[in-house]
Every structure is written in structure tokens, then in C-alpha cells.
Design a protein around this ligand. Sequence first.
Ligand code: PLP
Length: 429
Amino acid sequence: MQFTKSIEAFKKAQEIIPGGVNSPVRAFKSVKMNPVFISKAKGAYITDIDGNVYLDFVASWGPLIFGHAHDTILAAINEAAQKGTSFGAPNEYETEMAELIVDMVPSIQKVRMVNSGTEATMSAIRLARGYTKRECIVKFAGNYHGHGDSFLIKAGSGAITLGLPDSPGVTSSTAMDTLTAEYNNLNSVKALFQERGKEIAAIIVEPVAGNMGVVVPSKDFLQGLRDICTQYGALLIFDEVITGFRLAKGGAQEYFNVMPDLTTLGKIIGGGLPVGAYGGSKEIMDMLAPIGPVYQAGTLSGNPLAMAAGIAMLKLIRNTTDFHSELERKAAKLEKGILNNLKEAGVNGLINRVGSMMTLFFTNEKQITSYDEAMKSDADRYAKYFKLSLENGIYLAPSQYECLFISYAHTDKEIEDVIAKNLEALKNL
Ligand SMILES: *Cc1c(COP(=O)(O)O)cnc(C)c1O
């Protein structure tokens, strides 16, 4: 495989864009490679500017659950664009989008649209603070909630791989209001609440962790968080930016049957355009301006193109009856194949998976249930595996601490092909 044009493009980009990228993990730094520049994508495949074609398991980091450039979504964007790209005024797309979200996500009665997952989580904790009149939040080591100041503390993949657990520029007073607990460890949460329960506005959690690689919540963990929040009058925020619409129509809250007070959404909800959202009960959401005192706004929020894409995406998900069962079946098939390969190749590793999100960890651990356990993985080995896969035409996340995403566009034949190529890569590690 030739990467000449990508190497040239990256050189040029680095001169005028910090690190050559607009989001750090794209730079392939943790896999010690030159990033490939993408020229186009369709269905399960992406093509780089050298003409190399890859079967894609990144899916733009999650949004493209029906594959790239889906005809229905493209048509919706096209139709909306003909009528104008932005109004800065109410439009009926926004209401239709809100109706779909309220209909699909069990705990949401009212929803506010924003432009990214980061905006959703930042706004959700402001609302939680305004509602409870408390200042601290609890987050989990290894969970990522976007790049808002309050969350850049033990913050998962981008920060892990680049060694920036606490980013310069985040003030110490902001950091002091973020308390950190251990994922899957209710005692670590209880200890924080016993000491500072009256100051804690909310717990924010990835209901399935995706940003330290996939880490599955234990059976009692999410319900335990629900109970602690109820007991202390704090709000439970599920950051469903990845899990929303992916694990089930109603996200992780439906999948695990645990209801948060607030939910943040992103990625899939935009159908590939920049969108986020946060929602919850009427009582809490009505604290927002213009009817309540908590301020939050956005010039391009509810943008008609983004809403049209999101509406088309959510309708596709809602109306495809075998959608989540098919994703589950294909993902289980891939998991089984890779597990067999690990044995056959004699490589130590394990897979964490929920539905269509999974991570192959290169590790000697028996299980990975926390940030500390995830950190014992062999990132160098992953880097080698990544390179072999890329050269085999398989585009994986360029970090050990990310998810592999199965989309509806992946066929059985492609999964079988990937399993065969995976064996080859594992044997060559
Ligand atoms: C990606 C992600 C975010 C941030 O979303 P952006 O759109 O990148 O700002 C927040 N939370 C989780 C769980 C994510 O995976």
C-alpha cells in the first residue's frame, strides 16, 4: 500500500493546523504512524487520497451506524439545503427531532439541541448545578465527556494516549469541583458522597465506557449509582453520546433498564453532521432559559441541515425492525471469530463488548473492568496490530483505548473476511 499523498498532505496540514489535525486522536500518534487523509466514503468503506480502500470500523467515531453517505440521509440533507442552510429562528425540523428523541429515549420528556457532545455535557452539568444549587460533580476515571474544562480530569482515550490527564489551561478551582471515582466501584462513589454528599450536584457516567476501550458496567453498578443519587438528591447524568440509539432504540437506559435524570446525546443523533442534545424531565429542563434561569444558547443550534440528517437517521433506526438484533448478531460473530484467532495465534488478549461496540485489549489480565486494569494493556502491541490491519485494508481506531463499531452496512461476508485477516495480523505480531 502506498501512502505518498497522505504523507505529503499531512506535512502541509502540520504547517498551518496544530498537529495537522482538528481533533488529536486523528493524528495516529499513539500508533506511531502517519494519518491517512480520506477523500470519500460510502457504506462500510472509506477511501484515502492515495486511492487505498478500507473497510471502516471507526464510523467517524460512532455516528455512522448505517455506514457512510446513506442515500436516505443524503436525500434529507439535500432537500433541506435547497430551502436554506440556517435561519436562526424556530423551524419545524426542531420539533420533529425533539418528538423522535422523546419518543425513543425513555427518560427524556423535553430536549434541547446543541452542536456537539461536548456542548451537551457542559450544558447538562450547568443545568444540574442550577437545579440542585450545588457545585461539585462526580465523574469516573477513564470516562470521557468531551473537552469541557470540568471533564478534563482522568478523561479517557485522547488524554490517555497523549499523556494529558490534566490539561494545562484548566484552572485548579475548576478541577477542584470535579471529584473522581472508580468505574464499577460503588464504594468509591459512596465514600465521596459520605464525605461531600451535600455539595454534589450530579454523577456523570458513560453507561458503557467507550473511551478507555469498552468497559462493561457490572450488573449492579448503574442501579447503584441511581440509588445513591436518589438518596442524596443529586442528579444522575447518563452520557449516551456513544450508547444512545446504538445499544437499543432508547440507548443504554433502555438496554440496562436504569433511568437517569439527564441524558446527553451526540454522534449518531446528527447522522454525520455536528449535533448534540441533552434532555430529561420537564421539571428539570424547564429550568433553562428562556423560561428558567439557567442560560444556554447556540447560533446554529437546531440547524435545519443537521436536524434533517438527524431525523432521517433516527427514523431509519426506529423503522428498521431487525436493526439492533442484526448489529448484535454481526458483532457477536466478529467477537467469536477474533477470540478463536487469539487462541490459534497464541496471543494474550480479551474482548469487551456490549452490542455493536467492542474493544480487543492486548493484555495478560483476566478481565478489564476499570481504568487501572485497562491501562495495563499493551499499547505498543496494539500499534503493531493497527498497522498490519490498515495495510490489510481494515481501518480500526488508531488507539488501544477506543471502540470498534459495527454498523448495519457491514455484511456477513465482510465480517468473515475481517476475521481471516485478523488471524493473519495476530500471527504476525
Ligand atoms: C465523543 C464523546 C463526547 C464528545 O462529543 P463531541 O461531539 O466530540 O464533542 C462526549 N461523551 C462521550 C461519551 C463521547 O464518546
